[in-house]
Ligand binder design. Structure first.
Ligand code: PMT
Length: 409
């Protein structure tokens, strides 16, 4: 155990059941090993239709198990020992069928027998078609498993291999790894990133900018800074060195974070570029796209003739500049605040601004995302979109930080 309660080399017993997401288990093994885990793998018969024992054993560096009635396996290590010599049993992907077996206590193959025999925490990453996930039988099984103390990561919402869309996709590997690390540390928060960003510099922008019209008036927006501050806080909790460049907000800066207070987009741009290099840049600020071309000295007087005409000039785009800079962080994440065509506009921003990920959120009136406590975000990459369920801004921040840790590992 380390000082923060983390197991130093967690032993993970990974059970892979037979769904299309089984091919991702190979990457999962690699990512778990990157985190210092030792991984022993059980493949169900159906899983072997998707991946081979040879591939799983090459990546895990250990023998792979699949038969319950195998004389050699039972002589070497019985199924009871398999379940006991682990700090956590992880089922990824967990098919509807295996979950049904678990819920009703079946033990008719190696995977289900080990799951019934284990005295360790069990974490499952469901993966199935949206209709199968929504089916009353599956939902009954989910409730039973939850009341039995089984931990869940996902499923996520998104495009499915079968061409449908909805809830049922296996969570991203980075999220599963974060959940594993949370579970082996005894954390109840399955997205807790622990010290996963130790030694990394995370640069975050947050809040609105104020673009002066004259000495007393300015152009602003409804951003409160809550989402960006939550990200800075979560990155700090994950062990990162954090710089937070913030527009005007009423939130106290998170402890231990370098806080740089700015007013305008130009000031935010200068402070951000000066804070580079960084390993990760997260551009959460609602930067004004335009500033007033000629700021008036004093207070513009109200005249009877006509209201003043305000001419606007485009502000520098900080996210694009960081993405294209010679000291580009390894991971550049932008946000997209949209009121229509959310994913389509987010995809355009992803390529136009040259970032690795866009976190898309709907800020239409009625969503209460700007200024509110909760957010519903969609992780948009060139390779696809993952939708996260509505949650508190702190949870979104923790998951995003876990995702960053996974990307950097
Ligand atoms: O602050 P809260 O009340 O908690 O609300 C959170 C939030 C809604 C502000 C946040 O989740 C969010 O969506 N932030 C991005 C807001 C925004 O300006 O989005 P945009 O789609 O206009 O810009 C796209 C990206 O480019 C953003 O990463 C933005 O920071 C960046 N940008 C925009 C303009 C500019 N001149 N420079 C930039 O860097």
């Amino acid at each position: 155990m380390t000082d923060d309660g983390t197991l130093q080399n967690p032993r993970i017993l990974l059970i892979v059941s037979g769904g299309i997401a089984a091919y991702k288990a190979l990457d999962l093994i690699r990512r778990l090993k990157d985190q210092g885990c030792s991984v022993r793998v059980i493949l169900t018969q159906a899983a072997m239709q998707f991946i081979t024992p040879l591939a799983a054993s090459s990546l895990s560096g250990q023998k792979v198990y699949s038969e319950i009635f195998s004389l050699t396996d039972e002589a070497e290590i019985g199924h009871i020992r398999l379940s006991r010599e682990a700090d956590l049993v992880l089922v990824a992907p967990a098919t509807a069928d295996l979950m049904a077996k678990m819920a009703s206590g079946h033990a008719d193959d190696l995977a289900s027998t080990v799951l019934l025999a284990t005295d360790k925490r069990v974490l499952i990453a469901p993966s199935m078609n949206v209709r199968m996930w929504e089916h009353a039988a599956t939902q009954r099984n989910v409730a039973t498993l939850k009341s039995d103390g089984v931990l869940f990561v996902g499923p996520a919402e998104g495009d499915m291999a079968c061409g449908e869309y909805g809830l049922g996709r296996m969570s991203e590997i980075t999220e599963i790894v974060a959940a594993v690390m949370g579970a082996v540390s005894g954390s109840t928060n399955m997205s807790a990133p622990l010290q996963s960003l130790k030694g990394k510099h995370v640069l975050v922008t947050a809040g609105p900018t104020h673009e002066p019209i004259d000495d007393v008036r300015y152009i602003a927006n409804r951003s409160s800074g809550k989402q960006g501050y939550a990200i800075a806080h979560a990155a700090k909790a994950a062990g990162a060195r954090v710089t937070l460049v913030s527009g005007p907000t009423s939130i106290p800066p998170p402890e231990g974070v370098k806080h740089i207070s700015v007013l305008t987009a130009q000031e935010m741009r200068d402070a951000t570029m000066e804070a580079l290099p960084a390993d990760v840049f997260i551009s959460c600020a609602a930067v004004a796209d335009w500033r007033v071309t000629k700021v008036s000295a004093g207070k513009i007087k109200k005249s009877k003739a006509r209201p003043p005409q305000i001419d606007l000039t485009e502000n520098p785009d900080i996210l694009t500049e960081v993405s294209r800079s010679s000291s580009r962080p390894r991971l550049v994440i932008g946000f997209a605040a949209e009121t229509d065509a959310l994913i389509q506009n987010a995809r355009t921003k992803l390529s136009k601004k040259g970032c690795d990920i866009i976190v898309a959120n709907d800020v239409s009136s009625g969503t209460d995302v700007m200024g509110g406590e909760e957010n519903t975000v969609h992780i948009v990459r060139a390779s696809g979109v993952e939708s996260w369920p509505k949650s508190s801004k702190s949870d979104v921040a923790r998951k995003l930080v876990a995702l960053c840790a996974g990307e950097l590992s």
